[in-house]
Design a protein around this ligand. Sequence first.
Ligand SMILES: CC(C)(COP(=O)(O)OP(=O)(O)OC[C@H]1O[C@@H](n2cnc3c(N)ncnc32)[C@H](O)[C@@H]1OP(=O)(O)O)[C@@H](O)C(=O)NCCC(=O)NCCS
Length: 403
Amino acid sequence: MSTDIRDIPEAHVDRALDLAYLAFHEKTGDATRKRHREALLRCERVGAYDDGEIVGFAAAHRLGLSVPGGELPVAELDFVSVAPTHRRRGVLTGMMAGMWRRCAADGRPLACLWASEDAIYGRFGFAPATEAYSVEIDTTRPLGLRITPDRRPLRLLAPADAVGVLAPLYEAGRARRGGRLSRDEAWWRRALLSGDEDGDDGKDGPSRIVVLGDKGAPAAGYVVYRVGEKGVVTVGEMEAPDAPAAAALWSYLAAIDLTRKVRAWAVAPDDPLLHFAADRDQVRVTGRLPALWLRLVDVARALTARSWAVPADLVLEVRDAALPANAGRFRLTADPSGATYEPSGDPADLALDVRELAACYLGGVPLRRLVRAGLAEERTPGAARSLDAALETEYLPFAGDDF
Ligand SMILES: CC(C)(COP(=O)(O)OP(=O)(O)OC[C@H]1O[C@@H](n2cnc3c(N)ncnc32)[C@H](O)[C@@H]1OP(=O)(O)O)[C@@H](O)C(=O)NCCC(=O)NCCS
């Protein structure tokens, strides 16, 4: 490959954006471009240059990702694009290597992304680590529930007043579930004002924000939604710490006048709606998405930083073609007070690729399932069950950030 992988300076950000819009076949207006530009100035930017032209581009937002028991710095990859004239020549492969060097230099043990196509990222050590369900509710009849909703009042909030009310609930949600990214003011502003930016199809109304709880008291839940011209209510995000709060918010959405359907493109697979709905013909799961893809860039740090449900003592033989420091045999000794992960000469109990470890890391995918699928090898009977018990989390990991 004759391309040269190096950082993209601020002066080349517009050229990098032009490449991204070319690769994604996107036509963007001034407001979207301005927002992308501002975001990119805060990102790490790796470029592939061919004779001075940018032919490859990948950015990484510097964020925090909730993991069981805490949070870790993560490189969230975005704008990954290669010029159509330079595809399948190893440009992306070169940029990924550049990203790993940057993660190591910065002490970021994780990388994550939303994939445009499933086939791209497994070879780079990524695996889907969260799953999201798309759900539709037929609201031509009242929503039947098996529990009593929280009866506190519901209030509409103006977007300008919302961030301070919503952010603490979101943070509490992140503490419960792995897979959720940190958000700054700019993120909230963009998300809550969506619908007013160019590039919008104009068919949906503006974002509406409803919170549960008495005025003056901390909010007990929120939902952000838009209503489309065909009477479809589209849920951007709901945060409800308990089932009665969730029941109040889903009931509210289902009862909005002049609408006939509620559509949520991403809810957690363990969302209580799927259990307390009285009629599952009325509340249907219409799709399942892999959602957030995760890469353990520094396996030792990732494993020793998360919490563990029960003790485990196992030797893992890990393969990692791109990052040799992760490869080899290591003894994982974990219990609810912490974990160690050290090189070991003992025979392995489990052998697996780093991407399978990423799939299991947040507690969303049991390793036993991957052993049964032939993707990981259990050399000591019961080892996968033992690791699964230690990895288990109270709530399933979830990511649904893209609203
Ligand atoms: C996806 C994309 C970034 C790949 O870049 P690239 O420089 O062609 O990738 P590489 O040449 O480094 O490919 C490395 C390997 O991945 C494979 N690969 C890359 N993209 C693939 C895809 N979309 N589907 C299947 N395999 C893919 C290549 O065939 C190659 O396999 P090999 O090593 O067995 O030959 C590029 O095609 C692109 O810009 N696409 C449009 C935008 C997009 O989808 N970006 C991803 C956003 S999440």
